[in-house]
Design a protein around this ligand. Structure first.
Ligand SMILES: NC(=O)c1ccc[n+]([C@@H]2O[C@H](COP(=O)([O-])OP(=O)(O)OC[C@H]3O[C@@H](n4cnc5c(N)ncnc54)[C@H](OP(=O)(O)O)[C@@H]3O)[C@@H](O)[C@H]2O)c1
Length: 252
C-alpha cells in the first residue's frame, strides 16, 4: 500500500498537511510524540475520507524514534510523499540556552529530516515518482539573534533541499523547501514566547502555497508576498544592516 508520511502531524502545520493529503485520498502515516492526539486525528481522517491513517508515536529528536518510524513505514508499504515538518525553535540568548535543548533542535530540524529523506528517497527514485517536502522557514534567509540555532537549522534545510531538487531533475521525484513566515500554530509557545511576531498567516495558506509551488516544480517557496519581499531583501543586504533589524523584528 502507498502512503504519504507527515512528521509533526499532531498539531500546527503538520496536522494541516495531513488533512490536505487525506482530503485528496492519500493513505497516511502520521508521526509525532503525542500518541493520543495522533490517534484521534487518525480516526477522524480515516472516517471522513475513507483512507488508511497509521499513527506512529515517536520522539524524532532521537535516533531510536527515527529508526522506529522508518521501520514502521517499511512494514506498511511504500512512501510516495514525505513531509518533513516536525521542528521547533528556542528563543533566548545563545549563551543561556540549555545545551541539551540545542542538540535536540539540531537533531530534529536537521539530522532527522536528512536521514528520513535518505531512507525513503531511493524507493521513490526507483519508481520514478514521489515528493519530498521539507519545511524550512523565512528564518533561513538571515541569521536571527536570540533564535540563532533555529535560523541556522533552517538555512541548512533550505540549502540541502535546493541541492536535492537539482540532483532529482529528470528523476520523476520532486523536492521542495517550504519557507513559512510567522504562522498561527503552537510554534511560538513551544519556542518559549507566544507574544512574538503576532502578525501571522494561517496554516491553510502555507499548505496552499506548498502544493501550488510543488506542482509548478519550484525548488523552494516563501509563503506570502510580504514574507517573500522581506526574505529576499534580507538575503541581498549586508549582514551588518540586516542583523539589528532581524533582532528587532521578532519582537513584533
Ligand atoms: N509556525 C511558524 O511560525 C513557523 C514558521 C516557519 C517555519 N515553521 C516550521 O514549521 C514546522 C511545523 O511547526 P508548527 O508551526 O506547526 O509548530 P507546532 O504547532 O509547535 O508543531 C510542531 C509539531 O512537531 C512535533 N514535534 C515536536 N518535537 C517533536 C519530536 N521530538 N518528535 C516528533 N515530533 C515532534 C509536534 O508534536 P508533539 O509535540 O506531539 O511531538 C507538533 O506536531 C516546523 O519545522 C517549524 O520550524 C513554523
Amino acid at each position: 500500500m502507498d502512503f504519504a508520511l507527515v512528521t509533526g502531524a499532531s498539531g500546527g502545520l503538520g496536522e494541516h498537511y495531513a488533512r490536505y493529503l487525506a482530503r485528496r485520498g492519500n493513505n497516511l502515516i502520521i508521526a509525532a510524540r503525542s500518541a493520543e492526539r495522533l490517534g484521534e486525528l487518525a480516526e477522524e481522517l480515516a472516517t471522513a475520507h475513507g483512507v488508511r491513517v497509521e499513527p506512529v508515536a515517536v520522539d524524532l529528536a532521537t535516533a531510536e524514534g527515527r529508526e522506529q518510524l522508518v521501520a514502521r513505514a517499511a512494514e506498511l508499504g511504500h512512501v510516495h510523499t514525505l513531509v518533513n515538518n516536525a521542528g521547533f525553535a528556542t528563543v533566548g540568548e545563545f549563551a543561556d540556552v540549555d545545551p541539551a535543548r540545542m542538540a535536540d533542535e539540531i537533531t530534529l530540524n536537521c539530522v532527522t529530516l536528512t536521514l528520513l529523506t535518505r531512507a525513503l528517497l531511493p524507493a521513490m527514485i526507483d519508481r520514478r515518482a514521489g515528493a519530498v517536502i521539507n519545511i524550512a522557514s523565512t528564518a533561513a534567509y538571515q541569521p536571527i539573534p536570540t533564535m540563532a540555532v533555529y535560523a541556522a537549522t533552517k538555512a541548512y534545510v533550505l540549502s540541502l533541499t535546493e541541492a536535492l531538487w537539482s540532483e532529482l531533475r529528470g528523476s520523476g521525484v520532486r523536492a521542495i523547501a517550504v519557507c513559512p513566515g510567522p504562522t498561527e500554530t503552537g510554534f511560538f509557545a513551544a519556542a518559549g514566547d507566544d507574544s512574538l511576531m503576532s502578525r501571522r498567516r494561517t496554516p491553510e495558506q502555507v499548505v496552499q502555497s506548498t502544493f501550488r509551488a510543488l506542482h509548478r516544480g519550484a525548488p523552494s517557496v516563501i509563503d506570502g508576498a510580504a514574507n517573500s519581499i522581506m526574505a529576499n531583501l534580507a538575503k541581498r543586504l549586508p549582514s551588518r544592516l540586516v542583523l539589528p533589524v532581524s533582532q528587532r523584528v521578532i519582537r513584533y
